[in-house]
Design a protein around this ligand. Structure first.
Ligand SMILES: *[C@@H]1O[C@H](CO)[C@@H](O)[C@H](O)[C@H]1NC(C)=O
Ligand SMILES: *[C@@H]1O[C@H](CO)[C@@H](O)[C@H](O)[C@H]1NC(C)=O
Ligand SMILES: *[C@@H]1O[C@H](CO)[C@@H](O)[C@H](O)[C@H]1NC(C)=O
Ligand SMILES: *[C@@H]1O[C@H](CO)[C@@H](O)[C@H](O)[C@H]1NC(C)=O
Ligand SMILES: *[C@@H]1O[C@H](CO)[C@@H](O)[C@H](O)[C@H]1NC(C)=O
Ligand SMILES: *[C@@H]1O[C@H](CO)[C@@H](O)[C@H](O)[C@H]1NC(C)=O
Ligand SMILES: CC(=O)N[C@H]1CO[C@H](CO)[C@@H](O)[C@@H]1O
Length: 420
């Protein structure tokens, strides 16, 4: 749900001028009706008047977590054990929405949150071995499978969309250390457009693509107007052009991938695996969640499509409660308005969110009786975090962690004890 903004707004602005022009010129009723219908569709699509009810029954008191590094854009994170969560932070939002120069960009990296079971949370930078610090790193989706960590590294600036592999260990102080192993490259047509990754084994992974056209190396600001308009219109009209891909990891070479035909969507985004045979994939703009099962031949078979009223970004599987945790925001409109507020958000020293921005967290759990997945609202708030992208619960379920792609730190919400 990143890109667009500036072009979207300027486009709408130009469009509006045209519309007003037509309204004044028009004496044809049919044209008038078409314009009104178009405008109301637009207002509805953007969610301008959409009202969100607060739902803080399970988790509340959300605060930014203090960290020893600037945690700008903690897009995604995963549970490592009962005490530790590992995540990535990067400035992909800026690359998508501005023409920022590479030397002005905050370096992406890894962070970990410690002290979860003792309730003494602290976030720290994670040390990476065998990987020169000066190399550019634009991390996005992250995945943990056994002792390995897999991360999407976008192609911005230097080129080559990649999935990087690290081995996780703990040093004598109990801090996470990542040992860089190797990478596989993605097809150049996917430059800058992948979003989340899932490893079914060490050699097989599924990766999602949320944008139709490759993003130029210098960022989305350099994207051709034709591509930008096509993307916008397809999102606006719910036209499907993006996929999830089933890939073979080729160490230091290009991954061998094929489209999962049934995954065709508007903006295919989050993906998660229950560790056994079930996979969930979200379509952020299409507003639905798809549930797949691995069949005897280990192929993905679509089982269920659940419409959602919010825009799911990332999904995590919670082992404790055996459910998928999906999160995202409610409206496109808030996102479009957000860019103007970004500076204000980043400069505000308060540990509470300084702006209103909808955040929704829903669980999807298998119901034995009617043999399907069903949604359950876990959290819904307008003033907890801006640009929500992910959510996860710790082992004890005492905390709800909220990731974001452009707020100033990761947000922690406490379990609401009164109401259990
Ligand atoms: C809590 O965390 C802080 C900072 O990480 C550490 O200095 C302190 O010793 C911890 N306290 C306990 C009781 O673990
Ligand atoms: C993707 O990035 C590579 C650099 O690794 C570049 O050579 C290629 O032209 C890019 N492809 C597209 C379609 O932009
Ligand atoms: C991330 O990908 C870029 C582009 O392919 C590459 O130049 C860089 O070395 C990678 N960074 C890491 C940390 O692997
Ligand atoms: C910072 O955020 C806090 C909490 O939301 C708010 O009360 C305060 O007015 C904000 N300060 C500025 C300068 O915006
Ligand atoms: C933000 O939310 C608070 C609490 O619901 C409300 O009082 C306030 O008017 C909202 N601000 C804006 C700008 O919508
Ligand atoms: C599935 O069964 C539950 C009862 O366990 C019921 O509450 C729910 O409405 C059912 N869902 C559907 C889609 O039938
Ligand atoms: C915890 C976390 O990921 N926080 C990030 C929220 O988003 C901002 C901006 O993208 C990051 O700087 C924070 O690190």
């Amino acid at each position: 749900m990143n890109q667009l903004i500036i072009k979207y707004i300027s486009y709408l602005f130009i469009k509006n001028i045209q519309i007003f022009y037509y309204l004044f010129e028009m004496n044809n009723k049919l044209q008038f009706i078409i314009v009104v219908i178009g405008l109301s569709y637009l207002v509805n699509f953007l969610g301008v008047f959409q009202h969100q009810q607060e739902f803080l029954a399970k988790y509340n008191d959300c605060k930014y977590l203090e960290a020893d590094i600037q945690l700008y854009g903690t897009e995604d994170s995963v549970v490592y054990n009962q005490d530790i969560i590992i995540g990535i932070h990067s400035s992909i939002h800026k690359v998508f929405t501005t023409n920022i120069e590479v030397n002005k960009l905050e370096r992406g990296g890894f962070f970990a949150i410690y002290g979860i079971s003792k309730g003494n949370l602290s976030a720290k930078k994670v040390k990476v071995l065998n990987h020169p610090q000066h190399l550019l790193f634009n991390p996005h989706g992250i995945e943990i499978r056994e002792q390995f960590l897999y991360v999407i590294n976008h192609s911005f600036y230097t080129g080559g969309e990649r999935v990087e592999k690290y081995e996780i260990s703990l040093d004598e102080e109990g801090l996470v250390v990542l040992n860089y192993l190797h990478a596989t490259k993605m097809d150049p047509q996917l430059n800058g457009t992948t979003n989340d990754v899932l490893f079914l084994s060490e050699t097989r992974f599924i990766i999602t693509q949320w944008l139709i056209f490759p993003i130029p190396l210098q960022g989305n600001g350099e994207q051709s107007i034709i591509y930008t308009l096509t993307t916008m219109i397809s999102q606006f009209l719910n036209l499907k052009f993006t996929y999830a891909y089933d890939c073979k990891y080729v160490q230091n070479g290009e991954a061998i991938c094929h489209k999962i035909e049934s995954s065709l969507g508007v903006a295919v985004n989050g993906i998660a695996f229950d560790g056994k045979d079930t996979i969930a994939i979200s379509d952020t703009i299409g507003r639905y969640l798809q549930i797949y099962k691995l069949n005897d031949k280990k192929e993905l078979e679509l089982q269920q499509t659940l419409k959602t009223n919010f825009m799911i970004d990332n999904i995590n599987y919670d082992l404790q409660t055996q459910q998928f945790i999906a999160s995202g925001s409610n409206t496109v409109y808030e996102y479009l308005l957000f860019n103007n507020k970004l500076e204000r958000v980043l400069k505000n020293k308060s540990s509470k969110s300084s702006i209103n921005y909808s955040a929704v967290v829903q669980a999807f759990k298998y119901n034995q009786f009617n043999k399907s997945f069903e949604p359950q609202l876990i959290f819904q708030s307008s003033h907890s975090v801006a640009t929500i992208s992910g959510a996860l619960l710790d082992h004890s379920q005492n905390y709800l962690f909220l990731n974001n792609f452009s707020d100033k730190s990761i947000v922690v919400c406490n379990k609401n004890i009164q109401k259990k």
